[in-house]
Ligand binder design. Structure first.
Ligand SMILES: Cc1cc2nc3c(=O)[nH]c(=O)nc-3n(C[C@H](O)[C@H](O)[C@H](O)COP(=O)(O)OP(=O)(O)OC[C@H]3O[C@@H](n4cnc5c(N)ncnc54)[C@H](O)[C@@H]3O)c2cc1C
Ligand code: SF4
Length: 326
């Protein structure tokens, strides 16, 4: 597991980072951003699409701001867990990520932009050679996808990060910057249904921070996660639910999922259909069945798709426990 050679760049401001990115691109070379490196470094050691250049965000203090409504891309996951500003449901999902050591290095930006994962891909180079590679890292062989063969255009690797579903329910926005300027979009519009492209970041574009609407303290909810080992595993399925009440009556309900497809799923429409005639346990059962039907996992993580879909129903019921008696 030898680290492939790369040139490390360490800018101290966002402007400098963007300039370096532009310089590298003008030489027709490629690069990766690195924040905590807890995912990128293991991937490089396994020779999963390493680049010639790596631009570190570690020295950019501008990216570490943390308030109730603003989360810098370089905020460490454990700082998010510990902060008085963090909404309890976001803190719960952050505290379920990996282990405390990984959370002390891993960042919010790295978690949102996490590479998609697949049983046939997240393996050593030697292991992947024995199966003649796969489309996502084909080493120039034109190898096919091992999950959906005979198409060789689409990768269906799974998005397995925990923060996104909660932030989607919060209607959080991601803020991006590149040489073309700044832009922002709702997190639910950020992801792209392609396990290789993953999201809407343009070449050389950087995620700087996330903003959360001001009314977030009016919302309650829960995050529930299925994983192999409680100690540190990625979500095999994750369900976030947020609700808002008016005069004690359920007014708004949002639900999102992770670990089930190449992008996290946002299912607000399915939840809102039930809100007007909300009927406690009966409505929770209906909602959990709707979510089970909406998700389409493929066989590329540890648990089977059918088990993960069954568990999505269970996780939804658990996350809606407080709404059972409404
Ligand atoms: C054993 C183990 C268990 C784990 N368990 C979990 C888990 O349970 N849940 C979970 O969600 N994750 C898990 N992870 C994955 C990872 O640790 C976290 O997702 C972490 O938040 C990644 O953040 P990072 O800063 O280390 O990202 P990095 O590894 O530095 O980067 C990840 C990706 O994001 C890109 N990137 C980083 N920052 C930016 C930015 N600001 N703008 C644009 N692109 C950027 C990088 O180029 C790279 O492609 C686990 C990892 C390990 C090793
Ligand atoms: S989904 Fe297919 S192409 Fe993508 S990583 Fe898995 S085997 Fe490779």
């Amino acid at each position: 597991m030898k680290m492939p050679p790369f040139k490390l760049h360490s800018p101290t401001t966002v402007d400098e980072a963007i300039e370096i990115a532009q310089e590298i691109q003008s030489k027709e070379e490629d690069f990766d951003w690195i924040s905590g490196g807890t995912d990128l470094i293991p991937n490089y050691k396994w020779h999963l699409n390493p680049k010639k250049n790596v631009i570190s965000l570690a020295n950019i203090s501008q990216l570490t701001e943390l308030t109730e409504t603003n989360i810098g891309a370089m905020v460490r996951l454990q700082d998010l867990v510990d902060s008085e500003f963090t909404h309890p449901v976001l803190a719960k999902s952050a505290s379920s990520i990996a282990s405390i050591m990984i959370r002390r290095s891993g960042t919010v930006g790295g978690n949102i932009c996490l590479d998609t994962r697949c049983y046939w891909y997240n393996q050593t180079e030697e292991w992947r050679e024995t199966i003649d590679w796969c489309h996502k890292c084909d080493c120039g062989t034109g190898a096919d996808c091992r999950v959906i063969p005979n198409q060789n255009t689409l990768c269906v690797a799974t998005y397995q990060a925990d923060l996104a579903p909660v932030l989607m329910c919060m209607k959080a926005k991601v803020h991006l910057i590149s040489t073309s300027g700044k832009r922002e979009m709702e997190l639910s519009d950020f992801f792209e249904l392609d396990g290789m492209k993953k999201n809407k970041l343009l070449p050389g574009e950087l995620l700087t921070h996330i903003t959360i609407p001001k009314d977030i303290s009016d919302w309650s909810g829960d995050y529930q996660k299925l994983r192999q080992r409680e100690s540190w595993d990625f979500p095999e399925a994750g369900v976030a639910v947020l609700w808002k009440k008016k005069n004690g009556k359920l007014e708004k309900l949002r639900i999102a999922t992770t670990g089930l497809e190449s992008i996290p799923g946002y299912h607000e429409d399915l939840a809102m259909e039930l809100v007007e005639n909300w009927d406690g346990e009966r409505s929770v059962k209906l909602l959990s069945e709707k979510i089970r039907k909406a998700v389409k996992p493929v066989p590329n993580t540890w648990y089977t798709p059918s088990y993960r879909r069954k568990m999505v129903k269970v996780l939804t019921k658990r996350a809606c426990k407080e709404l059972m008696s409404e």
